[in-house]
Design a protein around this ligand. Structure first.
Ligand code: MN
Length: 231
């Protein structure tokens, strides 16, 4: 087969303790999935889960032990961090029940749902899509995926983000309004999940702006730290 130009490379994420990589398909994100974060965004926290997408080439893939570079995007004066647990899907499925969801999970990673908050807020006010605030290049940093079999207690994990050594966000996976199984149940009712799909599960309270030069370290118990610098 020949193409009119070279097709893009497949974006892939390293897998902890393996030479094989996880090829990315879609990047789904859950909105307002921690009560205290929903409140800081001006909502009550009681609503069905809702979803948005980022293109797979928005991933910034950072290897274990490396400090990745996160380019400061255009058009914003309010570039926000959102630390999130990312669920990596290993098997296709639709209409998956929450109790069966674990069968579809390949593993977990730490991710940042980076947001041009000023642009997102403008779009919200006008009732327009959020794409410009959420789905831009380099908006989805992600670290290596740890296999689910190595994380039997992920539902009790701590999640934390430090910026220049100071804790900005800290919570637990237990505080998700919609837990991982319920997210997969809702998401797979609307889209057929595919192996390679990544689900950013929602951020706890404490979202705030970063500037060029800031060093971000994301932590989730049992998963290698995510480290990057805004450039
Ligand atoms: Mn988010």
């Amino acid at each position: 087969m020949s193409f009119v130009f070279n097709p893009p490379e497949i974006v892939s994420v390293p897998v902890t303790g393996s030479a094989q990589r996880f090829p990315a398909h879609r990047v789904y994100c859950v909105g307002r999935n921690y009560e205290e974060h929903a409140k800081e965004m001006g909502f009550t926290g009681r609503e069905p889960p809702f979803f948005f997408l980022k293109p797979a080439d928005a991933l910034v893939v950072i290897n274990e032990g490396e400090t990745g570079a996160l380019p400061y995007p255009t058009l914003t004066q309010n570039f926000h961090h959102e630390i999130e647990l990312v669920v990596a899907i290993g098997k296709a499925g639709k209409n998956i029940s929450a109790k069966d969801a674990h069968e579809y999970i390949f593993g977990y990673a730490i991710g940042l749902d980076m947001t041009r908050r000023d642009l997102q807020n403008d779009m919200k006010k006008q009732g327009r899509p959020w794409c410009i605030g959420k789905a831009f290049e380099h908006s989805a940093p992600i670290g290596p995926i740890t296999k689910a079999s190595q994380l039997p207690h992920i539902q009790h994990a701590q999640i934390e983000l430090m910026v220049d050594g100071e804790i900005r966000q800290t919570s637990t996976i237990e505080k998700l309004i919609w837990n991982i199984g319920e997210i997969i149940e809702h998401l797979s009712a609307a889209w057929e999940l595919q192996p390679g799909d990544l689900i950013y599960s929602g951020t706890p309270e404490g979202v705030a702006a970063v500037e060029r030069g800031n060093v971000l370290i994301g932590k989730v118990t049992g998963i290698p730290d995510l480290m990057l610098q805004v450039v």
